[in-house]
Design a binder for this molecule. Structure first.
Ligand SMILES: [Zn+2]
Length: 204
């Protein structure tokens, strides 16, 4: 990681000392720590910090529950900030579909469901777990959307509950720069269809 000393000029460009500027503000400092974790040079660091946050418009569609294909559209479309993690996205999906957040989940950043090399997982509390299949996924709580190479048109998978297998496809509809009007993110933009009962299959 690139070093910034307390008495250095703050990398945000304010002209103040780091200790009197972003170091004293947890939100701003977390942005500086994030930039330090991915920048290779100071020039790159300043560019990352100066860049406006991206906002992602994501359409999440329920594809199947266990063996039952969902044949009418059930989807929710969100806007979410790039600094949010896949765990944050999981929580948004849980609320939007009215699921109970009572099982583990994985995102597969891939066109293949169960692609362990591109898997990001956690339990309902956001804690990462080690796969029993030998290979392990990465932590969904550590994965910020902006660092995942996600671009418009891409789609990937969200699997909730490994037993009942609620399978969702997430499509990136737009990636745009955040503006001063974006004060209420994350937010739901559209919903289509009623989500079935999470335990519907068991009642039959
Ligand atoms: Zn600063």
């Amino acid at each position: 990681m690139l070093k910034i000393k307390r008495n250095d000029k703050c990398p945000c460009g304010s002209g103040k000392k780091y200790k009197k500027c972003c170091l004293a503000n947890p939100d701003k400092n977390s942005e500086i720590i994030h930039a330090r974790s991915i920048a290779h040079t100071y020039e790159e660091l300043y560019q990352i910090i100066a860049k406006p946050m991206d906002v992602y418009r994501l359409k999440v569609e329920l594809i199947r529950m266990g063996f039952q294909e969902i044949d009418t559209e059930v989807s929710r479309t969100f806007e979410i900030e790039g600094k949010q993690t896949l765990y944050d996205l999981h929580i948004n999906i849980q609320h939007a579909f009215d699921w109970d957040n009572d099982h583990m989940f994985s995102f597969y950043l891939s066109d293949k469901l169960f692609d362990i090399d591109n898997a990001f997982s956690a339990n309902p509390l956001g804690e990462h777990f080690i796969s029993s299949f030998g290979k392990s996924s990465k932590s969904a709580s550590d994965a910020q959307l902006r660092d995942l190479g996600i671009s418009t048109g891409l789609s990937f998978w969200y699997l909730f509950d490994y037993g009942d297998e609620l399978v969702h496809r997430v499509t990136v509809e737009e990636v745009r720069e955040m503006t001063s009007k974006d004060i209420d993110l994350p937010k739901m933009l559209h919903q289509t269809g009623n989500a079935p009962s999470q335990y519907g299959n068991m009642e039959e």
